[in-house]
Write a protein that binds this ligand. Structure first.
Ligand SMILES: [Zn+2]
Length: 343
């Protein structure tokens, strides 16, 4: 029996069109899976992709002068993070500005950092909690990253302090994307190949002159950038440290002139490094400098073993505010009131 005319017309097309549609659907699925993996697994494209969502600058309504905490008038606290500065690198080459701060300040033999990733490690620093506890465990910018507990900037909001974060890596925006206590966030691009440390310090100085803040966290990327290119402890990295140290001296002189308060400075790092990387598990990565300098801060070596968790509680003590109970570290230096006027 012959098939009806309409069926005979449709039947020959089916074996070619349906497999083609299936094939194209399969390619879409493969493409989506590859894209999904590319933006999930650590790789340069993933950093670039998520980094494109990171804000370059955040300006929030500032606390009016009349509502600022009276006690905050005493000190301007600067937390200066030298990205990638290993204790071993500073032992090989101690540049003059850092040497002066070491001579006159309170210094730990080293501080133990808890993460080998720049973003996560800075998260540990400002939250005084390991990443598993704080919930902030990203190595690159993710729009949904957040802390479960309070950070230094949460304390700024609670206490009426004027605070800011200025950085040389865009992904660090994740630290303050949800922190109303950070009045200004600014990312300074690297105009050359060595890192934007001087640009970050210049912008910090401009911010201090403009806003008279209580606390500024400053991130200097240079040592890490040159380390990845030329190696930890290499001549180019030691040279970058010298250049950054000169910029630091210029900045500190200008900052002390720009504020009527006493400067208190805490210098540390997010991680060290060896070879051309900084994977954890070695003391060259986990041991970083911890140098505290300023009026009312005693001179000498800190006997206790210092951890990165102690940075935020020490900053809180310098600012004269209480440490949140969620924080795991403790203030490592007996801070006296700043006495004489700074100028
Ligand atoms: Zn690095």
């Amino acid at each position: 029996m012959a098939p009806p005319d309409d069926l005979a017309a449709v039947a020959p097309a089916e074996p070619t069109a349906a497999p083609r549609a299936r094939r194209s659907r399969a390619w879409w699925i493969v493409g989506l899976v590859v894209f999904g993996l590319l933006i999930q697994l650590p790789n340069p494209f993933e950093e670039l992709f998520w980094g494109s969502f990171a804000p370059r600058r955040i300006d929030r309504p500032s606390i009016p002068d009349g509502e600022r905490r009276a006690a905050s008038a005493e000190r301007l606290v600067l937390l200066i993070s030298f990205d990638g500065l290993a204790k071993t690198v500073l032992e090989r080459h101690m540049p003059s500005t850092i040497a002066d701060l070491v001579r006159d300040g309170s210094v730990a033999a080293f501080a133990n950092d808890l993460s080998d990733s720049t973003l996560e490690s800075h998260g540990v620093t400002i939250s005084s909690q390991p990443a598993e506890e704080s919930g902030f465990s990203a190595h690159t910018y993710r729009p949904w990253s957040r802390f479960r507990g309070p950070t230094i900037f949460t304390v700024c909001a609670r206490e009426g302090l004027r605070c800011a974060l200025l950085v040389g890596k865009a992904k660090l925006a994740a630290l303050v994307a949800r922190e109303p206590g950070c009045e200004r966030f600014e990312y300074l691009r690297d105009p050359g190949r060595g890192g934007s440390g001087r640009q970050v310090l210049d912008a910090t100085l401009a911010y201090i002159r403009e806003r008279d803040p209580d606390f500024v966290m400053v991130h200097l990327p240079d040592i890490d950038v040159v380390g990845h290119r030329s190696g930890w402890g290499s001549d180019p990295q030691l040279e970058a440290l010298t250049v950054l140290d000169v910029a630091l001296r210029d900045f500190l002189v200008a900052a002390s002139m720009a504020t009527s308060r006493h400067l208190a400075i805490l210098i540390s790092a997010d991680h060290g490094g060896y070879g051309r990387s900084h994977r954890e598990g070695r003391p060259e990565v986990s041991q970083v400098p911890w140098i505290l300098w300023g009026d009312g801060i005693p001179h000498g070596l800190i006997a206790a073993e210092v951890s990165q968790l102690d940075t935020a509680p020490t900053v809180a003590a310098l600012l004269g505010v209480a440490t949140p109970r969620e924080w795991r570290g403790q203030n490592r230096v007996p801070v006296a009131p700043a006495t004489a006027p700074s100028r």
